[in-house]
Design a protein around this ligand. Structure first.
Ligand code: 13P
Ligand code: SF4
Length: 300
């Protein structure tokens, strides 16, 4: 551990804080976290945390969700402008217009969205819980927002339901092409290709396994194979390389990074613990409006 990491751990203990980091964070941040997790585990851990102070090393919607699930706790987001472009691709009016058009449908909202959008949705989901959640809903019609790629992937898994999509996408995963996959396969012919469902369907068709960040990690660790092409953000490749140094993990492209996730630096986490910046603040009305859809997600 370097000097900054040691200072963070000491302060975290003094303040009895819980640090949750997403797998897309840099390794130095993953190393100081109490838990490194996918979006679903992050929401669940935030929901059940005993600590009164939560530091979310990730992007804005993650800290916002943690606050909605814990209105009485202090939730800190070390870098305020670490956002998710996909979450900004939809506003409540878009959802209300879809609802008007499809009054019988349930609105399933990917957690990569704002509190205001969650407030006009029926239930939230993450990539690891979307299929299960869609299956449990009694409605036959599903308005899936905002990620068209995750929605289309879930639609292939649950063909008995009718899906209506919103055209949102993740700029990090959506730009991956079939040519990228072919080039990686040529370089590593024995490797299994593991992909995140935020990639386009044409890319997922080539995958040996499709899952959330945590599911990709789990699959690679349990597999008998030793070589893997990782079809998601570089933090997952780094995490796997550290956990299983006896296996080979190749990033699908050399630029597979989420700019926003990488904005968070160790110095920001330290400042956040020292000064309480940036505290996630939501009004009681905003929290109450969005709470039901998130609580339903963590309860399923
Ligand atoms: P998961 O960690 O839930 O797979 O989500 C990936 C992601 O893009 C979060 O923004
Ligand atoms: Fe948003 Fe994509 Fe970054 Fe995830 S990887 S936080 S979906 S931009």
């Amino acid at each position: 551990m370097n000097h900054l990491q040691q200072k963070i751990i000491k302060l975290k203990e003094e303040k009895n804080a819980l640090i949750l980091a997403h797998y897309y964070q840099t390794m130095d941040i993953q190393e100081i976290a109490d838990h490194v997790c996918d979006s679903f585990a992050m929401a669940q851990l935030a929901h059940t945390a005993k600590q009164k102070l939560l530091v979310i090393c990730g992007v804005h919607f993650m800290a916002e969700s943690a606050k909605i699930l814990n209105p009485d706790k202090t939730v800190l987001l070390p870098v305020l402008d670490a956002g998710c472009p996909m979450a900004d691709m939809i506003v409540p009016d878009d959802v209300l217009a879809l609802r008007k058009h499809y009054p019988e449908a349930a609105v399933v909202c990917y957690v990569n969205s704002s509190a205001a959008v969650k407030a006009v949705s029926d239930i939230c989901c993450t990539s690891s819980s979307a299929e299960r959640i869609v299956r449990t809903l009694p409605e036959k019609q599903i308005i899936f927002i905002p990620d068209r790629n995750l929605g289309a992937y879930i639609a292939t898994k649950v063909p008995e339901k009718e899906f209506i999509f919103h055209p949102g996408w993740c700029p990090v995963h959506d730009c991956i092409t079939v040519l990228d996959v072919q080039a990686a396969r040529e370089k590593h012919p024995d490797a299994k290709f593991l992909a995140h469902p935020e990639c386009q369907g044409v890319v997922l068709n080539f995958a040996d396994f499709v899952g959330s960040t945590a599911e990709i990690i789990d699959f690679a660790l349990k597999s008998d194979c030793s070589d893997f092409i990782i079809g998601t953000e570089y933090g997952v490749t780094e995490h796997l390389a550290k956990l299983a140094p006896y296996k080979n993990f190749f990033p699908l492209t050399s630029t597979f990074e989420c700019e926003d996730m990488k904005k968070v630096k160790l110095s920001d986490v330290l400042t956040s613990l020292e000064t309480g910046q940036h505290e996630m603040k939501l009004s009681t009305d905003e929290i109450n409006a969005a709470r039901n859809s998130l609580e339903r997600m963590v309860g399923v």
